[in-house]
Write a protein that binds this ligand. Sequence first.
Ligand code: AVJ
Ligand code: FE
Length: 440
Amino acid sequence: AAGVDPETLRRRALDALLAARDRTTLLTDSVDDGELTAQHSPLMSPLVWDLAHIGNQEEQWLLRAVGGREALRPEIDGLYNAFEHARASRPSLPLLAPAEARTYASDVRGRALELLEGTPLHEGGGPLERAGFAFGMIAQHEQQHDETMLITHQLRAGPAALTAPAPPAPPEPVGAEVVPSEVFVPGGPFTMGTSAEPWALDNERPAHRRDVAAFHLDSSPVTCGAYLRFIEDDGYGDERWWAPEGWAMVREHGLSAPLFWRREAGQWLRRRFGVTEPVPYDEPVLHVSWYEADAYARWAGRRLPTEAEWEKAARHDPVSGRSRRYPWGDEDPTPERANLGQRHLRPARSGAYPQGRSPAGAGQLIGDVWEWTSSDFLPYPGFVAFPYREYSEVFFGPGHKVLRGGSFAVDQVACRGTFRNWDLPVRRQIFAGFRTARDA
Ligand code: AVJ
Ligand code: FE
């Protein structure tokens, strides 16, 4: 990616901004105004908050920071500052109404695209302009909120508002070829993080050497069927498998299965974007907290991978010794390689995307489900907050666990081998699953 010419970067930034806005429009035009302003869960903002917040961040970083423009509506900054108002309190704020929020976001966008035309993106520019970083960051921000809005769609009651085709099925095994249940990753150092990826966010930087001992990793994410065996073995009733805080959570909320699952007349069902359907046994399990992932791994006699193990399995090429951008190489994701971008409204079955496998043979590392790792969200050696402390730095510490790889709900602009997501270990509404590991 280093050395990409400024016009290519300008085209990429334009495409990424347009793709994000198409998706935002789909997510906010598919429900009526009442549903846009309602709070579907205390864990989430009303959709209309996300919409105006997307516009407000774009105004702050593109129009004001890059463009040096005056604030369009300085009085609304506080309303859309995520640190001033908790999500649960946002419906009671004097938010922009849906029509106003749409007008504001598109007004900002029109000016941002003009600015993109006139901003030099070459190497000599400032750190926000160089390689179009601020434009890429804002496209990623919008896509991250699009994933957040998709979570809100999943939480809302009522009939389906979104539809999408099914993801591709796994290939039929050829002859005796069977995908092994786990892959081996040899020990030794590898390059973790990046200093070269032009739109990598601050927490992915800088590239550094990390030693990782040999380990085995599940070749695909843990399936619903495998997780059901844990449930049926009374996993949720056996304190042995649980971290103390996880056990407290299970008891307090009476948890007995992933979020959105229920058992009816002897059958396991799940609700997915307004449709109730049988739990698909061969699909990666979704909507489990870190505590549930950790408990399952212990029950299985295994453990969650560390973040470094995950990244080594996804990026390290033992032939060249290099770390690649994605499991399959340096080329961008395609629909044949990974389930990304809300193209489908579910993960693909285990074993799908053979073209997306890593050199070690692990599949579905990118896309399908975010994967919980055992690691706390911490800065890499040499970390520098950029461009604002509230993106990553204020979240570093033992309270947040790292998730890797992206889900079907994240766009490729915000997903790569180095991308780091994080959340509280109790969270279950996110599109998260996991795979397990063991020492070699
Ligand atoms: C990186 C997904 C945890 O949604 O809280 C959006 C991304 N940061 N606006 C979040 C983010 C600021 C962030 N995550
Ligand atoms: Fe945000």
